[in-house]
Design a protein around this ligand. Structure first.
Ligand SMILES: [Cu+2]
Length: 212
């Protein structure tokens, strides 16, 4: 039985060198291995997130209120000057009422886009980029808001009745420069309007998760 276990002088030192040399060459492999693993994990997480976590669809509320005439009637700071009033881009309070009364409401008061298509599970985010408050109120049928002279003869829809004294309406209010998020809309068609300016309307079509 031959045992060739004799160790030559210097072998340990050489092994140590080899190890020292070997270690750095192995580290990148280990690193890339970990990186690849992490990327696979991140990729899987991302794919999972894409499939399951809700996406976001944005609606913008716009208006061109004239601070001078609105605030004189409705109180200081009701309307913020975002419409470049001094340059003639704003609508006075009396003009707003007159146009609405004539059945040609000011198109500057608007939700954009008019139709939103989202997948079930997505969140609708509504941001008020106008100068004054609005509401984003779900209604069974489009119709009048709670300020009669702005309704052009349409009856106030039940969801807007009572105005801000109705907590259900107040909850749907969006103050200037703020936003509300509406998660979990069920599959099907949803109608939203502003209970102050009822010509501001959005139709939201919610598709099922598997639907194209
Ligand atoms: Cu409004």
């Amino acid at each position: 039985m031959k045992l060739k276990t004799r160790i030559k002088p210097g072998t340990f030192a050489e092994q140590g060198k080899r190890n020292r040399i070997g270690t750095p060459t192995m580290r990148p492999v280990l690193r890339y291995g970990l990186l690849a693993g992490w990327l696979m994990f991140a990729g899987a997480t991302f794919a999972f997130a894409q499939e399951n976590s809700p996406s976001l669809a944005q609606v913008v509320a716009l208006d061109e209120c004239d601070p001078a005439t609105f605030n004189a009637a409705l109180g200081p700071d009701f309307c913020k000057n975002v419409a470049l009033a001094a340059l003639g881009y704003a609508t006075t309070l009396s003009d707003l009422f007159q146009k609405a009364g004539n059945g040609t409401p000011d198109p500057g008061w608007d939700f954009e886009p008019d139709t939103v298509k989202i997948k079930e599970g997505a969140t609708l985010s509504v941001v008020d980029q106008g100068g004054e408050p609005h509401t984003f109120t779900e209604v069974a049928q489009f119709g009048g808001g709670f300020i009669g002279p702005l309704n052009h003869g349409e009856a106030t829809v039940p969801e807007c009745a009572g105005g801000f004294s109705n907590v259900a309406v107040a909850k749907t209010r969006i103050l200037q420069a703020s936003h509300i998020d509406i998660p979990g809309l069920k599959k099907g068609k949803h109608l939203f309007e502003c209970c102050i300016h009822p010509w501001m309307r959005v139709t939201v079509e919610v598709k099922g998760r598997g639907e194209k």
